[in-house]
Design a binder for this molecule. Structure first.
Ligand code: F0G
Length: 361
């Protein structure tokens, strides 16, 4: 019998989609087996919305190695930084980019610096950057200011910027669209996604277009982007100086890939709209409590947006909708625990426990 133990193959996105990515035989591939995330059929949501002939899927990116979609872009950005002999990498981040950059940098011994907005980053993400060994710099300012700073720092030396203005990031992230087509057999008619710095919506649209050009799909989805109401520059058509939302991942007032997002919206015949914090919060709880899918608040913005559109009968019958859930719910324990209604202190006695259990069966 052939021993299977040694047949384990690396299955990161670069190896899987090499022909669509700007890599050569000289590119050292730094991978954590990212990608290949599940496309989960929504059960409760279509019933709740009364949608009979529309299928909804969650592309659950929270199951990537560092718990967000950023790993797809980071495997590319770090591999190329290494190939180009960078001495270190740096990024500004609302949290997930820093976690991912730190992980991939640690894997290949590159130094990593991250600039984060003090007090406005979910604890899980901060812990990750710190534990993967990055140098964490907290600034008393927001993401937009942090991004301006790292852009300046990387202007004239060998430190590589790994925010999504690094073109390799978008290249890696487009592989999520490839996976969806590979799973569904074609692209969905609609794709809902949260928008922050706007790299991901840009990446998906590029991915779908490239896959269609390669004959892998016929449909191109309408791209439906959602920003938080307090941080919705693209919706308002102008930068927001002091962005605010509970969805700290998308608390961004001047997105770097603004043009890419607008292009995705307009070319696809889609839209970019705002959702309120209460709408985000409601969707966040719904998918966790009714679907068994725990995503972070920014991810829930896309669910909230999809619900809003369904209520105005936006979706045509006999279609498919994919919603990207960008990050894991475990990233933000403070927000997760801020709803006290299901936590109750009881005495450690049989009587006290059974009273609660039998009363609420
Ligand atoms: N969802 C999550 C969980 C994110 O972390 C981000 C971005 C987005 C959505 C928005 O994606 O920026 O491509 O439009 N997070 C970045 C970061 C800004 O620093 O981690 P985008």
């Amino acid at each position: 019998m052939v021993h299977k133990k040694f047949a384990v193959k690396k299955i990161g996105v670069i190896e899987r989609y090499q022909e669509f990515l700007p890599v050569t035989d000289n590119t050292p591939i730094i991978s954590l087996n990212e990608g290949n995330t599940p496309l989960i059929l929504a059960e409760a949501l279509p019933v709740y919305l009364g949608l009979k002939n529309i299928k909804i899927y969650y592309k659950f990116e929270g199951l990537n190695p560092t718990g967000s979609f950023k790993d797809r872009g980071m495997t590319m950005a770090i591999s190329k930084a290494l190939e180009e002999k960078a001495s270190a990498v740096i990024c500004a981040s609302t949290g997930n980019t820093s976690a991912s950059a730190a992980a991939f940098a640690s894997r290949c011994g590159l130094r990593c610096f991250v600039l984060i907005p003090e007090g406005k980053i979910a604890k899980g993400k901060l812990i990750q950057a710190y534990r993967y060994g990055a140098k964490v710099l907290m600034i008393p300012g927001n993401f937009d200011q942090a991004l301006e700073l790292v852009k300046r720092v990387t202007q004239d030396n060998r430190i590589t910027l790994v925010n999504s203005i690094n073109p390799y990031r978008i290249e890696g992230q487009k592989t999520a669209a490839f996976e969806i087509v590979d799973d569904l057999g074609d692209a969905p008619e609609y794709h809902a996604i949260p928008v922050g710095n706007a790299g991901n919506i840009t990446a998906y649209w590029r991915g779908y277009k490239e896959y269609r050009r390669a004959g892998k799909c016929e449909v191109l989805p309408k791209m439906l982007g959602f920003q938080a109401e307090g941080a919705a520059p693209i919706v308002y058509g102008k930068p927001v100086e002091k962005p605010e939302t509970i969805a700290t991942a998308i608390r961004i007032g001047n997105p770097a890939s603004w043009k890419g997002a607008v292009q995705a919206r307009d070319e696809s015949g889609g839209l970019i709209e705002a959702v309120t914090d209460p709408e985000i919060s409601w969707a966040y709880r719904f998918i966790a409590e009714r679907e068994g899918v725990f995503a972070e608040p920014a991810s829930a913005a896309a669910v909230a947006g999809m619900i809003k559109l369904a209520r105005r009968n936006y979706f045509e019958e006999n279609t498919r909708i994919v919603i990207t859930l960008t990050g894991s719910g475990l990233k933000d324990p403070d927000y997760a625990l801020s709803f006290e209604d299901k936590i109750e202190a009881v005495e450690p006695t049989f009587e006290a426990v059974s009273k609660v259990v039998f009363a609420s069966r």
